[in-house]
Design a protein around this ligand. Structure first.
Ligand code: CTP
Length: 397
């Protein structure tokens, strides 16, 4: 049976952890509860031990040396570390690498997906420090089930209410679900912006964060594919299982993509490649009085267009970041670049898109068939895109 570690910290919503355990058990998972010391003051560890059928861990650092080692070994056994509810304190410790109790030490020892469901008072949740910690952890690949707005234990109404157990468990299951639907396939994903340098200090770039491409890489790995991720500068950490290349410029991206093109079955160009570079780049910083009034720019290689000319039976997917006539422009790109699919979005929509965890896209297929998504997380969008790619592969076979 697959084992899940459930970290429980001291929020009033701690009682909801019981339902989380039950839901995992219904799906045939075993749950090992790890409580913080303060959590054990709110609910007796006995309750969690009885519910889970495994002795809840509270603070084995006070125990025997052999117990400690046995518990560290546990880190290798678990398929998921879920912390629900997670307090601002636990999130802060994880974000800064503080390992001063079992749960925070365990976090630094695991190599499995980590999912955090925060629960706290609204002021604490929205505090810049907490939000910075959350962003930092997201950058490290930690997943979050965002809390909801509602009536809080402090008798306020606001953000910070633990997400419903059902949503938390669904997200946990999704993270550990490994399908084999793309087993044997090599997926080449590009992500992030490129930087076109004028001199060692200045460059031309765009607002892409890389999130969409990194999520696609993660999802393709979960489906059993061999994944090559070629990324422009991004604050994100690439999935460990991906073969990863970091590039700066469009030309470097073209070179890396070409290197891997032959072995790729599916190519997803999620990168926001700069269309232009400076006609001349200097190896020394240019003094402003030497810059003159005009700087010439020249086109960069259109990587996707070039790939489309030697596409063969490969599946080629492009993205279209538009600010007007979204569908119309995307269809033009789909045809011009001979794509199997184009994913279009309106980057003027501030609720989604650049730098956001959310997106709302239209997936357009040759022949004009379009699927318009709801506003969804980029994780869900990546699932939708890969589902459609799998349909295309199915038809090609
Ligand atoms: N693309 C590329 N190489 C470039 C520019 C874009 O491979 N030099 C790819 C992108 O990764 C994306 C698709 O082409 O998958 C469309 O990118 P986009 O910038 O939206 O379109 P362009 O074709 O560059 O057209 P425009 O900028 O005029 O909208």
């Amino acid at each position: 049976m697959t084992l899940i570690a459930l970290g429980v910290s001291s929020s009033i919503s701690i009682y909801k952890s019981c339902e989380i355990i039950r839901r995992f058990q219904e799906k045939d998972f075993q749950v090992q509860v790890i409580m913080t010391k303060n959590a054990s003051r709110l609910i007796s560890p006995l309750l969690f031990s009885a519910l889970s059928g495994r002795e809840a861990i509270v603070d084995p650092f006070e125990g025997q040396q052999s117990e400690r080692i046995a518990h560290v070994a546990l880190a290798k056994e678990v398929a998921l570390l879920l912390v629900a509810p997670a307090t601002a304190n636990v999130i802060g410790k994880f974000a800064s690498g503080v390992a001063d109790d079992f749960l925070s030490t365990f976090y630094t020892a695991v190599n499995c997906p980590v999912l955090i469901a925060p629960a706290m008072n609204e002021a604490m949740y929205l505090h810049r420090q907490t939000q910075q910690n959350i962003r930092r952890l997201k950058g490290l690949g930690v997943r979050f089930v965002e809390p909801e707005r509602g009536y809080l234990a402090c008798k306020d109404t606001g953000w910070g209410r633990l997400a419903p157990p059902e949503r938390i468990v669904d997200e946990g299951l999704r993270l550990i679900k490994k399908s084999r639907s793309l087993k044997g396939k090599t997926v080449l994903v590009t992500a992030g912006p490129t930087r076109e340098f004028l001199d060692p200090v200045r460059f031309l770039t765009n607002r892409s964060s890389g999130k969409m491409g990194y999520e696609l890489a993660e999802e393709a790995i979960r489906r059993g594919a061999d994944v090559i991720l070629v990324s422009g500068p991004s604050p994100l950490f690439p999935p460990q299982e991906a073969k990863f290349s970091q590039v700066q410029t469009a030309e470097e991206m073209e070179k890396e993509v070409s290197k891997h093109f032959t072995k790729a079955d599916i190519i997803i160009m999620a990168a926001a490649v700069s269309d232009f570079k400076f006609a001349e780049a200097s190896s020394k910083k240019i003094k402003k009085e030497k810059l003159g009034e005009k700087i010439s720019i020249v086109p960069t290689p259109d990587i996707l267009l070039k790939l489309s000319r030697k596409k063969g039976s490969k599946v080629l997917v492009g993205f279209a970041a538009e600010t007007e006539n979204v569908a119309e422009n995307a269809v033009k790109k789909l045809k011009a670049k001979n794509l199997d699919m184009i994913v279009a979005n309106n980057v003027l929509d501030e609720r989604v898109g650049f730098e956001s965890d959310f997106n709302q896209v239209s997936i357009i297929l040759p022949g004009g068939r379009a699927i318009r998504s709801e506003k969804m997380t980029k994780i869900e969008i990546s699932q939708l895109i890969l589902d459609k790619i799998e349909e295309i592969i199915g038809k090609k076979c």
